[in-house]
Design a protein. Structure first.
Lengths: 108, 119
Protein backbone atom coordinates (compact mmCIF):
# COMPACT_ATOMS: atom_id res chain seq x y z
CA UNK A 1 0.00 0.00 0.00
CA UNK A 2 1.25 3.45 -0.92
CA UNK A 3 0.74 5.81 2.00
CA UNK A 4 0.66 9.55 1.45
CA UNK A 5 1.69 11.70 4.40
CA UNK A 6 0.82 15.37 4.25
CA UNK A 7 2.51 18.06 6.30
CA UNK A 8 1.88 20.13 8.17
CA UNK A 9 -1.45 18.94 9.55
CA UNK A 10 -2.53 22.53 10.07
CA UNK A 11 -0.99 25.64 8.55
CA UNK A 12 -1.88 29.04 10.00
CA UNK A 13 -1.19 31.96 7.68
CA UNK A 14 -2.62 35.33 6.69
CA UNK A 15 -4.02 36.58 3.39
CA UNK A 16 -1.23 37.67 1.10
CA UNK A 17 1.26 35.16 2.50
CA UNK A 18 2.74 32.18 0.67
CA UNK A 19 1.62 28.66 1.57
CA UNK A 20 3.67 25.55 1.00
CA UNK A 21 1.99 22.18 1.50
CA UNK A 22 3.88 18.91 1.37
CA UNK A 23 2.85 15.40 0.33
CA UNK A 24 5.30 12.55 0.82
CA UNK A 25 4.66 9.06 -0.56
CA UNK A 26 5.89 5.84 1.05
CA UNK A 27 7.00 4.67 -2.41
CA UNK A 28 7.79 6.45 -5.64
CA UNK A 29 4.72 7.76 -7.46
CA UNK A 30 4.48 8.66 -11.13
CA UNK A 31 3.87 12.38 -11.52
CA UNK A 32 1.06 11.55 -13.92
CA UNK A 33 -0.77 9.95 -11.03
CA UNK A 34 -0.50 12.65 -8.38
CA UNK A 35 -3.37 15.08 -7.86
CA UNK A 36 -4.36 17.78 -5.36
CA UNK A 37 -7.85 18.71 -4.18
CA UNK A 38 -9.33 21.57 -2.20
CA UNK A 39 -12.30 21.06 0.12
CA UNK A 40 -14.20 23.82 1.86
CA UNK A 41 -16.57 23.12 4.78
CA UNK A 42 -19.82 21.54 3.66
CA UNK A 43 -18.64 21.23 0.06
CA UNK A 44 -17.39 18.45 -2.15
CA UNK A 45 -13.71 18.33 -2.99
CA UNK A 46 -12.56 20.21 -6.08
CA UNK A 47 -9.69 19.15 -8.33
CA UNK A 48 -6.87 21.70 -8.21
CA UNK A 49 -3.88 20.03 -9.83
CA UNK A 50 -3.39 16.91 -11.90
CA UNK A 51 -0.22 15.36 -13.21
CA UNK A 52 1.44 16.93 -10.15
CA UNK A 53 1.89 20.33 -11.80
CA UNK A 54 -1.01 21.00 -14.16
CA UNK A 55 -3.81 23.26 -13.02
CA UNK A 56 -7.35 22.07 -13.51
CA UNK A 57 -9.81 24.21 -15.44
CA UNK A 58 -10.59 27.48 -13.72
CA UNK A 59 -7.86 27.22 -11.07
CA UNK A 60 -6.04 30.55 -10.61
CA UNK A 61 -2.34 30.73 -11.39
CA UNK A 62 -1.44 31.51 -7.78
CA UNK A 63 -1.74 27.73 -7.32
CA UNK A 64 1.22 25.66 -8.48
CA UNK A 65 2.36 22.09 -7.99
CA UNK A 66 5.75 20.48 -8.19
CA UNK A 67 7.68 17.39 -7.25
CA UNK A 68 8.53 13.91 -8.37
CA UNK A 69 9.27 10.50 -6.97
CA UNK A 70 8.19 10.55 -3.33
CA UNK A 71 7.98 14.27 -2.63
CA UNK A 72 5.36 16.64 -3.98
CA UNK A 73 4.45 20.22 -3.10
CA UNK A 74 1.43 22.45 -3.56
CA UNK A 75 2.24 26.15 -3.38
CA UNK A 76 -0.19 29.04 -3.12
CA UNK A 77 1.80 32.17 -3.93
CA UNK A 78 -0.42 34.83 -2.33
CA UNK A 79 -3.25 33.61 -0.17
CA UNK A 80 -6.72 34.92 -0.83
CA UNK A 81 -9.49 34.63 1.80
CA UNK A 82 -11.22 31.94 -0.27
CA UNK A 83 -8.12 29.72 -0.19
CA UNK A 84 -8.55 28.78 3.45
CA UNK A 85 -9.70 25.17 3.25
CA UNK A 86 -8.46 21.59 3.58
CA UNK A 87 -6.13 20.28 0.89
CA UNK A 88 -5.65 16.63 -0.03
CA UNK A 89 -3.11 14.93 -2.24
CA UNK A 90 -4.01 11.70 -4.05
CA UNK A 91 -2.14 8.99 -5.87
CA UNK A 92 -3.05 6.11 -8.15
CA UNK A 93 -1.21 2.81 -8.09
CA UNK A 94 -0.70 -0.24 -5.96
CA UNK A 95 -3.35 -1.53 -3.59
CA UNK A 96 -5.65 0.12 -2.77
CA UNK A 97 -5.73 1.54 -6.24
CA UNK A 98 -6.27 5.12 -5.10
CA UNK A 99 -5.17 6.68 -1.83
CA UNK A 100 -5.49 10.15 -0.35
CA UNK A 101 -3.30 11.90 2.15
CA UNK A 102 -4.83 12.76 5.49
CA UNK A 103 -5.18 16.42 4.52
CA UNK A 104 -3.66 19.77 5.46
CA UNK A 105 -5.96 22.37 6.97
CA UNK A 106 -5.03 25.86 5.87
CA UNK A 107 -6.44 28.33 8.38
CA UNK A 108 -6.28 32.05 8.96
CA UNK B 1 -22.19 22.21 -17.46
CA UNK B 2 -21.00 18.88 -16.11
CA UNK B 3 -23.13 17.88 -13.15
CA UNK B 4 -23.31 14.88 -10.84
CA UNK B 5 -26.17 14.50 -8.39
CA UNK B 6 -26.17 11.74 -5.77
CA UNK B 7 -29.24 10.39 -4.02
CA UNK B 8 -30.33 7.46 -1.94
CA UNK B 9 -28.58 8.13 1.34
CA UNK B 10 -30.27 7.83 4.69
CA UNK B 11 -30.38 6.03 8.00
CA UNK B 12 -30.00 2.26 7.90
CA UNK B 13 -29.53 -0.34 10.62
CA UNK B 14 -26.31 -2.35 10.91
CA UNK B 15 -26.48 -5.31 8.56
CA UNK B 16 -28.90 -3.50 6.27
CA UNK B 17 -28.69 -2.53 2.63
CA UNK B 18 -28.88 0.68 0.66
CA UNK B 19 -28.52 1.70 -2.97
CA UNK B 20 -26.98 5.02 -3.92
CA UNK B 21 -27.53 6.66 -7.28
CA UNK B 22 -25.57 9.30 -9.17
CA UNK B 23 -27.27 11.10 -12.06
CA UNK B 24 -24.86 12.54 -14.59
CA UNK B 25 -25.45 15.33 -17.09
CA UNK B 26 -23.49 17.73 -19.28
CA UNK B 27 -21.08 15.16 -20.70
CA UNK B 28 -21.08 11.88 -22.63
CA UNK B 29 -21.45 9.64 -19.60
CA UNK B 30 -20.91 6.40 -21.53
CA UNK B 31 -17.33 7.36 -22.41
CA UNK B 32 -16.02 8.05 -18.91
CA UNK B 33 -14.99 5.89 -16.00
CA UNK B 34 -16.50 6.80 -12.67
CA UNK B 35 -15.71 6.52 -8.97
CA UNK B 36 -17.31 6.46 -5.56
CA UNK B 37 -15.42 8.15 -2.72
CA UNK B 38 -16.57 8.48 0.89
CA UNK B 39 -15.79 10.73 3.82
CA UNK B 40 -16.65 9.78 7.38
CA UNK B 41 -17.79 12.67 9.59
CA UNK B 42 -14.83 14.92 10.38
CA UNK B 43 -12.41 12.59 8.57
CA UNK B 44 -10.50 12.47 5.31
CA UNK B 45 -11.32 11.03 1.92
CA UNK B 46 -11.43 7.30 1.19
CA UNK B 47 -11.73 5.92 -2.32
CA UNK B 48 -14.43 3.22 -2.47
CA UNK B 49 -14.85 1.91 -6.00
CA UNK B 50 -14.11 2.39 -9.71
CA UNK B 51 -15.99 1.34 -12.83
CA UNK B 52 -14.81 1.74 -16.40
CA UNK B 53 -16.98 3.26 -19.10
CA UNK B 54 -18.20 -0.08 -20.40
CA UNK B 55 -18.34 -1.72 -16.94
CA UNK B 56 -15.66 -4.18 -18.08
CA UNK B 57 -13.26 -3.17 -15.28
CA UNK B 58 -14.28 -2.74 -11.67
CA UNK B 59 -12.20 -2.20 -8.54
CA UNK B 60 -13.07 -1.95 -4.86
CA UNK B 61 -11.31 -0.86 -1.73
CA UNK B 62 -10.59 -3.81 0.57
CA UNK B 63 -12.85 -2.25 3.21
CA UNK B 64 -15.94 -2.75 1.04
CA UNK B 65 -15.00 -5.70 -1.17
CA UNK B 66 -17.65 -8.41 -1.09
CA UNK B 67 -20.24 -6.08 0.44
CA UNK B 68 -20.57 -3.24 -2.08
CA UNK B 69 -21.35 -3.47 -5.80
CA UNK B 70 -20.77 -0.68 -8.28
CA UNK B 71 -22.69 -0.64 -11.55
CA UNK B 72 -23.88 1.79 -14.16
CA UNK B 73 -26.62 2.25 -16.74
CA UNK B 74 -25.21 4.24 -19.63
CA UNK B 75 -28.63 4.53 -21.24
CA UNK B 76 -29.84 6.35 -18.14
CA UNK B 77 -26.61 8.31 -17.54
CA UNK B 78 -26.53 6.88 -14.06
CA UNK B 79 -24.03 5.35 -11.67
CA UNK B 80 -25.00 3.21 -8.70
CA UNK B 81 -23.52 1.77 -5.53
CA UNK B 82 -25.36 -1.10 -3.89
CA UNK B 83 -24.27 -1.54 -0.30
CA UNK B 84 -24.95 -4.70 1.71
CA UNK B 85 -24.04 -5.79 5.23
CA UNK B 86 -23.60 -2.21 6.30
CA UNK B 87 -21.52 -1.45 9.37
CA UNK B 88 -21.23 1.57 11.63
CA UNK B 89 -17.87 2.35 10.03
CA UNK B 90 -19.59 2.77 6.65
CA UNK B 91 -21.22 5.94 7.96
CA UNK B 92 -20.04 8.70 5.65
CA UNK B 93 -20.89 11.15 2.93
CA UNK B 94 -20.63 9.28 -0.35
CA UNK B 95 -19.52 11.19 -3.43
CA UNK B 96 -19.54 10.11 -7.05
CA UNK B 97 -16.82 11.57 -9.23
CA UNK B 98 -15.94 11.55 -12.90
CA UNK B 99 -12.58 10.11 -13.88
CA UNK B 100 -10.07 12.09 -15.87
CA UNK B 101 -8.58 9.92 -18.63
CA UNK B 102 -4.83 9.26 -18.87
CA UNK B 103 -3.84 11.28 -15.82
CA UNK B 104 -5.14 11.07 -12.28
CA UNK B 105 -7.89 13.47 -11.34
CA UNK B 106 -11.46 13.10 -10.16
CA UNK B 107 -13.35 16.00 -11.73
CA UNK B 108 -15.99 16.99 -10.94
CA UNK B 109 -17.53 15.55 -7.80
CA UNK B 110 -21.19 15.43 -6.87
CA UNK B 111 -22.46 17.18 -3.75
CA UNK B 112 -22.57 13.91 -1.81
CA UNK B 113 -25.22 11.89 -0.01
CA UNK B 114 -25.03 10.99 3.68
CA UNK B 115 -25.30 7.37 4.76
CA UNK B 116 -25.73 6.76 8.47
CA UNK B 117 -25.50 3.22 9.80
CA UNK B 118 -26.95 3.06 13.29
CA UNK B 119 -29.48 1.17 15.34
Amino acid sequence: EIVLTQSPGTLSLSPGERATLSCRASQSVSSSFLAWYQQKPGQAPRLLMYGASRRATGIPDRFSGSGSGRDFTLTISRLEPEDFAVYYCQQCGGSPLYTFGQGTKLEI
Amino acid sequence: EVQLVESGGGLVQPGGSLRLSCAASGFTFSTYSMHWVRQAPGKGLEWVSYISSSSSTIYYADSVKGRFTIFRDNAKNSLYLHMNSLRAEDTAVYYCAKDRPSVLGFDPWGQGTLVTVSS
